[in-house]
Design a protein around this ligand. Sequence first.
Ligand code: EPU
Length: 420
Amino acid sequence: MDSLLIKGGVPLHGEVAVSGSKNAVLPILAATLLTAEPCRIRRVPHLSDVRFMGRILESLGAKVSADGDGLRVQAKKIQGVGNYSLIRKMRGSVCILGPLLGRLREATVALPGGCVIGARPINLHLKGFAALGAKVTIEGGYVHTAARRLRGAELFLGGRAGSTVLGTANVMMAAALAEGVTIIESAACEPEIVDLAHFLSAMGAQITGAGSPILTITGVPELHGAEHEVIPDRIEAATYAIAAAATGGEVTITGARADHLHAVLDKLGEAGVQVRRQGTALRVRRGARLRPVDVTTLPYAGFPTDVQAQMMALMTLAPGISILTERIFESRFMHVSELARLGADIEIEGPSAIVKGGRPLSGAEVMASDLRASAALVVAGLAARGTTRVSRVYHIDRGYENLDGKLRKLGARIQRVSES
Ligand code: EPU
């Protein structure tokens, strides 16, 4: 297991390019199962989650090969059983259910289980499949779903915390090959859903309303191969913007989509961080003084839960009180106790973290618990005096392409070391 050694206190300077979006590419790769023809996916980030998805597709019978900056996938003949040993490694793999059901009218996939950020049920995915006429049973840790005929339906997909991203993706993919029209109400509006809809449309699907809470899918008998370029990763872009602000540096983030980042850029502005748009680049610079802000995570276009931890790391540096409220995943505060090891003063009150910011952070040994919590620890380590060791870096490798390399290019003193 690797860890990252960070000698903090160095302002980041220079240019960093955003990679393709992890949360867009995972369902898009799953969608290649919907056709027997080859698909080319471009701007695929080098991430362990993407490698896992590749292995899952192969285990189902697809051929996956490298192709320029992306992957070529052909799922000529596939089987509909996704086994536990692969699925459990990555919760995002649940999005193979929809395409398998759509194409084969039958899927048996291991339940992915919970993870440290919360319970992560899939009841809404299953509700959607049932609405399309599938029979859904759960037995021995596997969900089995089958339908002689899949029929379009009107369904409401909202849950306790609002819409579901992968649930929307799953139902949209199954409905693409159902008979008739499906209308999903309270659909997720995330840019990753819009990107998936673009890919499905390129495959011949008929989808309108992507990016709004009402999605209409008119089923077609079959889909064909297609080519697609994945959108830039908005969470990665936000993480570099926050890291630039936390270290008091000035960083140009290239290839980002500012239109996917309004909520984050708005909060950064409120916090005294200057962000200038230059075409597809964002120039980020901390103003004279950081200001505390209150943040509530919400489904898109609200502030993303995937940036809550990094924003909290930044707020530990802003003199005053910030309140960060988590409305999507109930236990997504694993970073709080680790940030405290660096000297942060944070208290949890129900769904909120109250940050008393402004005390200087100092380096310490900390442990990554999940992907975004790890990113927050790196941000804090970059801003802290002294050396921080972030262990269990495999969490970071799941979702950030070459994080340490990109940060080194910005002047950070960060190195990857193998733990004994
Ligand atoms: N929910 C249900 N029932 C369901 C599905 C979800 O109650 O059937 C609840 C969840 O428990 C949660 C809320 O609905 O409270 C939203 O969860 P959602 O289904 O939208 O999450 P997801 O689709 O499983 C994706 C991303 C996450 C990101 C969330 C929210 C992927 C692979 N994962 O998960 O990304 O946090 O949307 O935006 O796309 C990450 O990248 O670090 C990450 C965790």
